[in-house]
Design a protein around this ligand. Structure first.
Ligand code: ATP
Ligand code: MG
Length: 198
């Protein structure tokens, strides 16, 4: 058995972080025997130009609140402290430099995995980490077009929750209790986030 640390990397906009993210990370942590899962909120997301994304500091703090009670979860600032849009290749390169003794496992939902595979420089990222694609309600998870051996597909308990739905519910006065952690409900309210539709 190798004694290298096994680090999960869960990238996302986390606007806001919700229980779908947390269940997916927890399931992969257990199934892959990961020492830690690092949540990495994105900087200015380049794929989401159609709406204004919340300040990275708010998204970072909500992610800290949501993960604080789990001893195997932590949050990294690598993407929010880097200027410009976030590319997964940069995220993984920075984390590899910070944890040279670790093997990285990049955790991603079926929707995001599909996009990654379509990138121009997709092949590069598969050298930096093993990829773990998790199921997500409404998205088909299949192994088509994936480089052989570099991606595992995992079924996680279905949680039909999205950040988009959480924002829409908040804007229309509907509760997000039990969709996001209690502290995140309170943080959204304290900062008045998502008071207007996307
Ligand atoms: P938005 O609706 O704003 O796109 P989101 O809910 O998709 O937000 P992201 O921050 O975009 O959340 O997602 C981060 C990662 O978590 C992505 O890899 C995404 O596929 C995955 N993910 C999001 N929601 C779920 C869920 N309910 N179950 C499993 N994986 C999820
Ligand atoms: Mg998304």
């Amino acid at each position: 058995m190798s004694n290298r640390r096994r680090l999960g990397v869960m990238g996302g906009t986390f606007d806001p972080v919700h229980h779908g993210h947390l269940v997916a990370a927890s399931e992969v942590q257990a199934r892959f025997d990961l020492d830690e899962v690092i949540f990495v909120p994105t900087g200015e997301p380049w794929q989401k130009t159609s709406r204004v994304v919340s300040a990275s500091e708010d998204r970072y703090l909500m992610t800290v609140i949501a993960t604080a009670s789990n001893p195997r979860f932590s949050v990294s600032r690598v993407d929010i402290d880097r200027d410009g849009p976030t590319y997964t290749v940069d995220t993984l390169t920075d984390l590899k430099a910070a944890h040279p003794d670790a093997d990285l496992f990049f955790i991603t939902g079926a929707d995001a995995l599909e996009q990654i595979v379509s990138w121009r420089r997709a092949a590069d990222v598969f050298h930096l980490a093993h990829f773990i694609g998790v199921t997500r309600p409404g998205y088909e998870l299949n192994g088509q077009h994936l480089p052989e051996g570099s991606v595992s597909l995992v079924e996680v308990p279905a949680m039909a929750i999205s950040s988009t739905a959480c924002r829409a519910r908040t804007a229309s006065g509907m509760p997000v209790w039990y969709l996001v952690p209690d502290g995140v409900v309170q943080y959204i309210s304290k900062r008045g986030l998502y008071s207007v539709p996307d």
